[in-house]
Design a protein around this ligand. Sequence first.
Ligand code: SF4
Length: 265
Amino acid sequence: MEKGVVFDIKRFAVNDGPGIRTAVFLKGCPLRCQWCHNPEGLCKEIEQSTKTVKVDGVDYAMPYSIGYEITADELTKELLKDCIFMEESGGGVTFSGGEPMLQHEFLQQVLEKLHQRGIHTAVDTSGLTPWTNIESIIPFTSLFLYDLKCIDEERHRQFTGVSNDIILDNLRKLSERGVPVQIRIPVIPTFNYNDEEMSSILSFVAQLRNVVRVDLLPYHTIAQSKYERLGISNSLFEHKSLKNEELQSYFTLFQEQGVKVSIGG
Ligand code: SF4
């Protein structure tokens, strides 16, 4: 049985789908979003790094691995330890990353096992994967958390390194199938935090039939220390975090079009 590569499991997550959830972060992503909060999840392979630990006032460089291999059975067993919290809160398991679809065979195996146990499953995806990969997990996925970053193709390419053609196309296909989708829009200065792009996103979303909610996610600099630790420079951090109230006008815009919307996850 093929093994997956996981770089984190977070318990008691409350912003990654309904109820209390366990979030699993799978390694590897084909995008390179300038605002990415999980730079340690971009490379598909297990990586080695060092962190500084202070003992009696002296700094020591401690080697550690980013990511580990695990089988679908082992991961399922680990996740089912939390099923009491999931059941009582209406929660479940969310697969995130990185881009979880990059390990779609492994993902499908775990989703199938959780689905058989009646666990609510969510997949947080950038949407950049062949449609057949998405189609194969629909029967075992209760909810897609789908990132919609911008409609302008050139700007999307400039800020994420890839075209959005496949991403938008897959989202339309999910809509045609009536599969429940919660859309997540990271609102990023110099990228999509402007009236023109937000109006384009709203026009696109208004055509979809399957959107349970849109989340406007304000840009923040919380990952800055991770970048510094990994020795990666990122000029986006010159911008301050956005406050929730700075997204209020876009919240109102979506609401006026009858779209269920929230600020934050
Ligand atoms: S899709 Fe997500 S994980 Fe991948 S680079 Fe963008 S923000 Fe990071």
